[in-house]
Ligand binder design. Structure first.
Ligand code: C2E
Ligand code: CA
Ligand code: CA
Length: 658
C-alpha cells in the first residue's frame, strides 16, 4: 500500500515532537524535585545551626533532659519557623536513637531503631529523601501524605563527631504541585511552539507534496499523450487495447482496432509546408472523434497514423465506424485560407477473430490498412488470405531468400517493338521463380512477400545483373537491344540505388542509354520528394526512365513533367479493352498525344492482337509490348527468333507468336 507522504510526515513529526516533550518534561520534573530537596537540606542545616543548636546543651544529647524554659523557647522557635514556611515536624536525635526533642511532645524521650539515613547523619553525612511515613518513628507523621525527610548532623564545637542529628519533615505536596505546574506550563509552551513550527513545516511539506503530485500527474499526462494533437499516444492506446481485449475475453464479446493512415500526407506536407500539415493533424482529431461513440478511444500513433479502439457493450460495427470516418473526412479542412481535402486508408482487425493480443491486432490492422491503401478502397478488414505475413507465407519468405541465393530466380524477356516497322528494339526483364517443388512462379505469387521480407533490393540487383549480362551477350551477336528492369518501392527509397546501378553498368560495360528502369506510379507516389531526388540521379547516369502502368494511379500528365522520365507505358487494362471500348480508346489516344507533346516516348502494353497494334500505330504510339509479339520467354527461346528476325526482311513476322 502506498501511504500518502503528507500523512506519513504528519505522523512521524508528531511522534518526534511528543517524544521530545516527554523527555523534556522528565528532566524538568527531576530538576524541580532535586532543587526542592537541596533547598530542604539547606533549610534544615540553617535551622539546626542558627535556631535549634543554640538552645541545646551537649548534656541534653547524652541523656539529660531539656529544661522547661529551653523547651518552651524551642517550641516557640519551631512555631515561628512553621508560621513562615512549610515545616511539618522537627526532631532532635541522640546517637542512641532517643528522641531528645520533638515538636510532638508525646514522643520526647522515646527510643527508636536507628535507621540507615539517621546513622549516616551521625557519621557526618546529611540525608534528604522523600518518604511516605512507614517507619515506626514516623507513626505520628502518618496520614500527612508524602513528606520530605532531612537529617543533618548536630555538632557542638568544630571537627567533633556529631553528638546527634537534627531531623525535619516538610510536606512534599507543594513540590509536586510546583512540578505539576511547571510541567503543565512547559508542555503548554512546547505544544504551542512546536505546534506552530509543525504547522509551518506542514504547510511547507504540503505545498511541496502538492507540487510533486501535480508534477507527477503532468508527467503522466505527457507520457500518455501526443503533444501536437493532445490525443492519447501509442503507449496509452496499447494500454487501453489490452484492457479492451481483457474485458472482451471475460464477457465473451469482441472488440476492434482501426488503424487510419492519411493518403498523400507526405506530399501535402512537402507542398504546403509543415505548419499546414501540423494544422491538419490538429484539426483531424476533433473531426475523427466527432464520428465516434463515447466508448471509442482515438489515439495518434505518430506521423499521419491514427488508431481507434472500439470496445464496450455499445460497440458499433467497425465497418459502420470506418464509413462514418470516411464521411467525416469528406468535408475539406480550412487551413491558412486553403481548403484541403484528405482521404485516409483504414485497416480493421477484430478480437478474437483476427488476433488475441495487442501485438497481433496491431500487426493485422496494419496489414489491413495497407491492403486498403493498395486497393484504394478506403477501408478494409483484415484478410488472412491476402496477408503476406500469415504463417505459411512466412515459410515462403525464408525459401525465397534461399531461392535468390541458389539462383532459382529466372529472368524472362518480353520484346518491345517499334510500331512503325515492327522491329524489336528492346526487351523488358520479368522475373520468375523456378521453385523446386511448386514449379515456375509468376511475380504476383512472391513479389509482395519479397518486399515485406526486405528482399526486394537483392532481387532487383539480381535481375539487373542478369539483364545486363544478357544485353552484352546479345550485343556481341549483333542484336542491339535496350533492356528494361522494373524497380520497386524499396529500391527507389534507397539513396544508394544510383551508385549500385552505376557500378553494375560499369562492370557489365553496357552503355547507360541501353538500360531502361521501369517505375510504377504508386512507387513514385509513396514518397514523391525522395523519389524525385533518386530519379534525378538515375537520369544523370544516362539511363532511361519509364513510367509503368500509366493510368492506374492518379498522377496527372502535368505531374510527369516534374519527374525526369523519358517513357510512358500505358497500362494494359486500357490497351486490351480499347478495341471494344470507345472511351478507353479515347483515353489511350489523348494520353499518347499529350505524352508526345511532352516529348515522352509512349509504349502500349498488353497488345494481344493485330487490330490493337494497328490502332496504336494510328494514334502515333511509339512502341508496343504484348502477347501479340511475344509472351515473356527465356533468353534461350528468344535469341534464335531475334536472330532470325534480324536476318529476315520482316522482323515482326519472325518473332510474332500470335
Ligand atoms: P509489368 O511491369 O506491367 O509487366 C508486364 C506484365 O504484363 C507481365 O506480367 C507480362 O507477362 C504481362 N503481359 C505482357 N503482355 C501481355 C499481354 O498481351 N496480355 C496480358 N494479359 N498480359 C501481358 P508478369 O511477368 O507476371 O509481371 C507482373 C508484374 O510483376 C510486372 O508488371 C511488374 O510490375 C512485376 N515484375 C515482374 N518482374 C519484376 C522484377 O524483376 N522486378 C520488379 N520490381 N517487379 C517485377
Ligand atoms: Ca514493367
Ligand atoms: Ca506495366
Amino acid at each position: 500500500m502506498r501511504v500518502n507522504p503528507l500523512l506519513r510526515f504528519s505522523v512521524l513529526s508528531a511522534t518526534c515532537l511528543i517524544v521530545l516533550g516527554l523527555v523534556l518534561g522528565h528532566f524538568l520534573a527531576g530538576g524541580i524535585r532535586h532543587r526542592a530537596l537541596v533547598d530542604a537540606r539547606h533549610t534544615a542545616a540553617l535551622l539546626a545551626d542558627e535556631a535549634i543548636r543554640p538552645l541545646l546543651r551537649p548534656a541534653d544529647l547524652r541523656g539529660g533532659t531539656i529544661s522547661k524554659a529551653r523547651l518552651a523557647r524551642l517550641n516557640a522557635v519551631v512555631a515561628a519557623v512553621r508560621r513562615n514556611g512549610n515545616l511539618t515536624r522537627v526532631k532532635v536525635w541522640s546517637r542512641r536513637g532517643r528522641l531528645v526533642y520533638s515538636d510532638d511532645p508525646a514522643t520526647i524521650g522515646k527510643r527508636f531503631a536507628v535507621e540507615k539515613s539517621l546513622s549516616g547523619a551521625f557519621a557526618g553525612k546529611p540525608y534528604v529523601g522523600v518518604t511516605d511515613g512507614t517507619l515506626t518513628e514516623q507513626r505520628e507523621e502518618r496520614g500527612l501524605g508524602k513528606l520530605v525527610e532531612v537529617y543533618v548532623p548536630l555538632r557542638f564545637g568544630d571537627g567533633d563527631t556529631p553528638s546527634g542529628a537534627f531531623e525535619i519533615y516538610e510536606p512534599y505536596a507543594p513540590i509536586s504541585a510546583a512540578i505539576t505546574h511547571d510541567l503543565r506550563t512547559l508542555l503548554a509552551l512546547l505544544a504551542v511552539g512546536l505546534g506552530l513550527s509543525w504547522l509551518v513545516l506542514f504547510r511547507l511539506v504540503a505545498g511541496v507534496s502538492r507540487a510533486l503530485q501535480s508534477q507527477v500527474e503532468r508527467s503522466r499526462y505527457e507520457a500518455e499523450h501526443d503533444p501536437l494533437t493532445g490525443l492519447p499516444n501509442r503507449r496509452l492506446l496499447y494500454e487501453r487495447l489490452a484492457a479492451a481485449i481483457e474485458q472482451s475475453r471475460r464477457d465473451g464479446t469482441s472488440c476492434a482496432l482501426l488503424i487510419i493512415d492519411l493518403d498523400g500526407f507526405k506530399e501535402l506536407n512537402d507542398t504546403l509546408g509543415h505548419p499546414v500539415g501540423d494544422g491538419l493533424l490538429r484539426d483531424l482529431g476533433p473531426r475523427l472523434a466527432g464520428a465516434l461513440g463515447d466508448e471509442a478511444l482515438l489515439a495518434r500513433l505518430g506521423g499521419d497514423e491514427f488508431a481507434i479502439v472500439l470496445s464496450g457493450s455499445g460497440q458499433d460495427e467497425p465497418a459502420g465506424v470506418a464509413r462514418a470516418l470516411e464521411v467525416a473526412l469528406d468535408e475539406p479542412f480550412k487551413l491558412d485560407g486553403l481548403r484541403v481535402r484528405v482521404a485516409a486508408s483504414i485497416g480493421v482487425a477484430r478480437f478474437p477473430k483476427h488476433g488475441h493480443d495487442v501485438a497481433a491486432l496491431m500487426q493485422r490492422a496494419d496489414v489491413a490498412m495497407y491492403q486498403a491503401k493498395r486497393a484504394r478502397v478506403g477501408w478494409a478488414e483484415y484478410d488472412s488470405e491476402r496477408d503476406v505475413h500469415s504463417r505459411e507465407r512466412l515459410a515462403v519468405t525464408d525459401e525465397l531468400r534461399l531461392g535468390i541465393e541458389r539462383r532459382q530466380l529466372e529472368v524472362y524477356y518480353q520484346p518491345k517493338s517499334d510500331l512503325s516497322d515492327g522491329r524489336v528494339v528492346g526487351v523488358e526483364s520479368l522475373v520468375r521463380w523456378d521453385h523446386p517443388v511448386r514449379g515456375l512462379l509468376a511475380p504476383r505469387e512472391f513479389l509482395a512477400q519479397a518486399e515485406q521480407a526486405g528482399l526486394m533490393r537483392l532481387l532487383t540487383m539480381h535481375v539487373l545483373e542478369r539483364a545486363l549480362e544478357q544485353q552484352q551477350e546479345w550485343a556481341q551477336m549483333g542484336l542491339d537491344l535496350t533492356v528494361a528492369v522494373n524497380l520497386s518501392v524499396p529500391d527507389l527509397l534507397d539513396a544508394r540505388l544510383p551508385d549500385d546501378i552505376a557500378e553494375h553498368l560499369a562492370r557489365s560495360r553496357v552503355e547507360p542509354r541501353m538500360l531502361t528502369l521501369e517505375i510504377t506510379e504508386d512507387v513514385v507516389m509513396t514518397d514523391p520528394q525522395r523519389c524525385a531526388a533518386v530519379l534525378q540521379r538515375l537520369a544523370a547516369l544516362g539511363v532511361s526512365l519509364s513510367l509503368d502502368d500509366f493510368g492506374t494511379g492518379y498522377s496527372s500528365l502535368a505531374h510527369l513533367r516534374t519527374l525526369a522520365v523519358d517513357e510512358l507505358k500505358i497500362d494494359r487494362s486500357f490497351v486490351s479493352s480499347m478495341r471494344d471500348n470507345a472511351s478507353d480508346a479515347a483515353i489511350v489516344r489523348s494520353t499518347i498525344e499529350l505524352a508526345r507533346a511532352l516529348g515522352l516516348r509512349v509504349v502500349g502494353e498488353g497488345v494481344e492482337d493485330g487490330e490493337t497494334w494497328k490502332q496504336l500505330a494510328g494514334y502515333g504510339c511509339d512502341l508496343a509490348q504484348g502477347y501479340f509479339v511475344s509472351r515473356p520467354v527465356t533468353a534461350e527461346e528468344l535469341t534464335p527468333r531475334l536472330l532470325a528476325a534480324l536476318a529476315a526482311t520482316s522482323p515482326q513476322a519472325a518473332v510474332a507468336v500470335g
